[in-house]
Design a protein around this ligand. Structure first.
Ligand code: DQA
Length: 148
């Protein structure tokens, strides 16, 4: 059976393609979803791809993933820098969480340097544009093989 990976996206990522293309590039979230599904297939992973602008919905999806999936790749957007709830959700579930960002948050404003999610996550990938999603899937493929 292929492993299932939830790829979860937080606030404003629905605007990719139009939103600050100098920082986030020209690809839409639908383009990135197609990339993730195709790459997941090549790795033998079933990808469930979602976006929400609401923090509590992300928390609900973390708990749903714990029941249905073997790992989470999450671009939590601005909630990365503010959300104790996502930190706690990551610690509450027994599956690996990989934090990812399109941009290199460490090369940007200081308020983006701090991640509340990172201390609870398996690892963090940032700065590779849409390839950050591909790298997160590669990491989760390795992690799910290790837990088998
Ligand atoms: C982001 C970086 C965050 O700081 C920002 O709030 C986002 C996008 C990224 O993918 O680079 O919404 O997560």
């Amino acid at each position: 059976m292929p492993s299932t990976i939830f790829v979860l996206n937080g606030p404003n990522l629905n605007a990719l393609g139009k939103r600050e293309p100098g920082i986030y590039g020209g690809k839409t979230l639908a383009d990135i979803e197609a990339m993730c599904i195709a790459h997941g297939k090549s790795l033998g992973l079933e990808v469930v791809f979602r976006q929400t602008n609401h923090e509590g919905v992300l928390v609900d999806w973390f708990h749903e993933a714990a029941e249905k999936a073997q790992g989470i790749a999450v671009n939590a957007g601005a909630y990365t820098h503010t959300s104790v709830a996502l930190h706690d959700a990551t610690r509450a579930i027994g599956i690996p969480v990989v934090e990812l960002h399109l941009s290199n948050v460490h090369a940007r404003e200081e308020f983006r340097h701090k991640s509340l999610l990172a201390p609870a996550a398996k690892g963090v990938i940032c700065g590779f544009g849409p390839d950050s999603y591909i790298l997160a899937l590669n990491a989760l493929k390795t992690l799910t093989q290790q837990t088998k």
